[in-house]
Design a protein around this ligand. Sequence first.
Ligand code: N01
Length: 547
Amino acid sequence: MTSVSSVARTGMSSGTVNCDAVVVGAGFGGLYALHRLRELGLSIVGIEAAPDVGGTWYWNRYPGVRCDVQSLLYSYSWSPELRREWRWSERYAAQAEILRYMDHAADRFRLRELIRFETRVVSAVYGEDDKLWTVRTDRGEAFRARFCIMATGCLSVPNTPSIPGLEDFRGAVYHTAKWPHEPVDFSGKRVGVIGTGSSGIQAIPVIAETAAHLSVFQRTANFSMPSRNRSLTEQDHVQFESGFAAYLESLQHTDFGRVPPTAATAPVPSREVQWQRYEELWQEGGGAILYAFPNILTHHGVNDVACDFVRQKIRETVQDPETAEDLCPTGHPIGVKRICVDSGYFQVFNRPNVALVNLRKEPIERFTSGGVQTSARHVDLDALVFATGFDAVTGALLAMDIRGRDGLELKEAWAAGPRTYLGLAVAGFPNLFTITGPGSPSVIGNVIANCEHHVDWLVECIDSMRRRSQQTVEPEEAAQGEWMEHVADVASRTLYPEANSWYLGVNIPGKPRVFMPYVGTGYRHTCSAIASEGYKGFLFDGAAKRS
Ligand code: N01
């Protein structure tokens, strides 16, 4: 394999740049992949569309944006130095602090020098003759690499729904996932926010503080728990550090965010026992209600009580009874859409300058030059905020023209929905790895821990190939098929498929309805076992049979 310095030599010259690996994306997964692959002695090029590192945290700068996983856990675990040097200030870090952390990590490990910024990958094509990928960018550059690592993120392609008349609207238009870098001043403005997922629920209370009037356009009422965000104390840091080894160990077999093996046989707790536990968790803050009982995401009876509990909290919080009812989620179990964690979301509807527009009662018909026309009335607006989410998990992968063996297009291979082995590799696409790909736990649980695991696994695989002088690796179709069946089977035994969530892709018109994340247990054990059994289900130096 090429040495690091040889890329630097060929590096910036015109024509094709040769390297061992291209890493697409400089978010948490991409940065760690660059670090590990360089440690392995590979020559690597990172390619990132944004002007700087951060991935989704670079783009999502909307008011109120912060992480809904506790900051001490939403951190890299692989570097003791980084852990010692960095002090999170709050229980749930705001976007600016997360970006500072990522900046620091990129500088600390000299990762920026490996990355081409403001460069977007347009295609990646596998060459049968030389067994190399040619990766082309929108700057006209081409990179020839043995390995192609897609660290393109699960939530990186914003979704703006097509609603007639948007071009007529004369006010300012924003999207939470493409927020301007300069401050946006809503004071004195009549603002409309469309969407009440995690982004909308975080943005709405903050926008309400300055806007003259805020209209919240809600299609589906959502479950949200209070964050009870607060400053972290020295004691918090000491306590976390003392439990860190145990935390790392727990990651190996954690059920965090997934359905534990005990779910099927777990007893159904009484309503009183459940209610008491939910009250404790409500007071504690955060999204831990999903782990309160092993069967909360598999058993309707248990889940229903949790839903009742949150609905009661909404009714207790929101003074206007009709608004409270409109804000009560009814059509889906709790937790099967990503649970929201908020700072004063339901309370905001008690403000005189905030109104809920229930789109189930009065759907949007069109935008006009001065606002939004629903089936019942015209809502006058000076500014419009889309908090309408993402083409999640597969959006960024399918936005590139990726072609594997025999010119097979990824779009074609995934026409009926994404297919991977372990969420890490795709049959017919040798040496292409996906970090947090569909079919992996990806966005379920702590995405940084998942990124680290995926990178560690693929780096070990590449290293083992190097030791064996193997040139290509790809999943066998049969192994991939079995894995995808397993992913679907596990999801079907839960309540997850009962909501029209982005986990299923249904928020994007025409996207196949396939449950994308793996919500089973033992994922890490499975990946390790497959590796230690000689990468069972993977084929080295040979073309996999395709059905
Ligand atoms: O997007 P969403 P998001 N007309 O898809 C509505 C992560 N995240 O950006 O539910 C009217 O959840 C849509 O309505 P419905 C987190 O994983 C993390 O909020 O489809 N409304 C919904 O209310 C999260 O899950 C953090 O009926 C329309 C909203 O828009 C993920 O990102 C912070 C519509 C979209 O909600 C996505 O969250 C923020 C239409 N035509 C986000 N189309 C952290 O804290 C869509 N909607 C880590």
